[in-house]
Design a protein around this ligand. Structure first.
Ligand SMILES: [Zn+2]
Ligand SMILES: [Zn+2]
Length: 320
C-alpha cells in the first residue's frame, strides 16, 4: 500500500547539491527543504533533463545512418504507443482491462520514455482532468504557454507522486519500484543501444552505425522528440484546434497533433468523455493508439475497450 512520503530535511551548504543528486537516482529520497519557492524551476534536480537535450548536439560528431534513424523512429513509435495506450488510457483512465504481466511490460516501455514512472504520470494526469484549466491545473496554458509545455514539471511542487490519487495502481509493488527508480529503465535502454551499435559496427559494418551513433539517435534524439510531441497535448491541444464539445476547459481537436501523438490530438473529444479507449470519435479521426489497442485485444492481451456512449457523442456541441 502507499507509504507516506519522507519528511523534508533542511539542507544547507554542500548538503543541498548532494540531496538533489540523490533525487536523480531515487525519487523516494528525502526532499530538499531550503525555504525556496516550490513553483520555481529546480535547476539542480533537472540537470539530467537539460543534458538530454544537449546530448542531441552529438549528431554533429556521430554522423548519420539510415539504421540509426530507423531505430530512432521505431523507438519513438513503440514508446509513444506505451505512453498514449498505457500511461494515459490505461493507467490514468482505466479505459480497458489487461493482465498484470501485460500491464508491467507496457509500464516498462512507458518508463523508457523518460517521462517519469507510471504512478507519477497518472497521478498528475488525473489531477489535470479534475482541475482542467482552472487555477489548480498545474499545466494549463492559461498560466503561461512554456510553463504548460515543460516548466510545470521542472518545479519542486510537481516532483512528488501523489499516491492518494493512484491507490489502485500503487498496490502493485512492481509499479511502485518503476516509479521510485525512474532513471533505471532509461539508463538500461541507453546502455543497450550503445552496446548494440558497438556490436553492429563489427558484425554488420555495411549498416554504417556504431555505439555512439545509435546512442545519440536512438536514445537522445528519439527521446527528446517524443517528449516534446507528448507534451504538446498539455500546451498546444488546449490552445490550437477546434472544439466539438462545450467542455468546461479549453481543450481542442487538432488533426496534426492527433497524427503525431497517435490519436491524443482529439483532445476535446477526450475531455468530453475521458473514460473511452478511443479518442477519435468520428470514423475519419485517425487514432492509431486505438487501432493498436484493437490489435492487442484481437491477440487477447487486453479486453473490455470502453466505447464512447452513443448518447455522449452528439451532446453539448459548442455553439457555432
Ligand atoms: Zn487536457
Ligand atoms: Zn486524459
Amino acid at each position: 500500500m502507499p507509504t507516506t512520503p519522507p519528511s523534508p530535511t533542511h539542507a544547507t551548504g554542500w548538503r543541498r547539491p548532494l540531496q538533489a543528486l540523490a533525487l536523480w537516482f531515487d525519487t523516494g529520497a528525502a526532499p530538499v527543504e531550503d525555504g525556496r519557492d516550490p513553483d520555481r524551476i529546480d535547476w539542480l534536480r533537472v540537470l539530467p533533463f537539460v543534458g538530454l537535450h544537449l546530448a542531441c548536439l552529438g549528431v554533429v560528431w556521430v554522423g548519420f545512418s539510415w539504421f540509426a534513424l530507423g531505430t530512432a523512429v521505431a523507438l519513438y513509435a513503440a514508446r509513444m504507443f506505451a505512453i498514449t495506450g498505457f500511461y494515459h488510457r490505461y493507467f490514468s483512465h482505466k479505459a480497458f482491462r489487461t493482465s498484470r504481466p501485460v500491464q508491467f511490460v507496457f509500464a516498462l516501455v512507458g518508463a523508457a520514455s523518460v517521462q517519469r514512472g507510471p504512478l507519477w504520470w497518472a497521478a498528475h494526469h488525473r489531477h489535470h482532468h479534475r482541475h482542467a484549466d482552472t487555477e489548480h491545473d498545474v499545466h494549463s496554458p492559461r498560466h503561461g504557454f512554456l510553463h504548460s509545455h515543460m516548466g510545470w514539471f521542472l518545479t519542486r511542487r510537481s516532483f512528488r507522486t501523489d499516491l492518494d490519487s493512484v491507490r489502485d495502481l500503487a498496490r502493485f509493488p512492481e509499479l511502485r519500484l518503476l516509479d521510485r527508480y525512474d532513471i533505471l529503465v532509461p539508463v538500461l535502454l541507453a546502455t543497450g543501444l550503445f552496446g548494440l551499435g558497438a556490436w553492429l559496427e563489427t558484425a554488420f559494418p555495411g549498416l554504417g552505425t556504431n555505439g555512439p551513433q545509435l546512442l545519440v539517435w536512438g536514445f537522445f534524439v528519439s527521446t527528446v522528440v517524443l517528449f516534446h510531441v507528448t507534451v504538446t497535448i498539455n500546451s498546444l491541444a488546449h490552445r490550437w484546434g477546434s472544439r466539438r464539445f462545450a467542455t468546461r476547459d479549453d481543450s481542442r481537436n487538432n488533426a496534426l497533433l492527433a497524427l503525431l501523438t497517435f490519436g491524443e490530438g482529439w483532445h476535446n473529444n477526450h475531455h468530453h468523455f475521458p473514460g473511452s479507449a478511443r479518442q477519435g470519435f468520428a470514423w475519419w479521426e485517425l487514432d492509431l493508439t486505438y487501432l493498436g489497442l484493437r490489435a492487442l485485444a484481437a491477440l487477447g492481451l487486453v479486453s473490455d475497450l470502453r466505447p464512447v456512449p452513443a448518447a455522449l457523442r452528439n451532446v453539448r456541441r459548442e455553439p457555432a
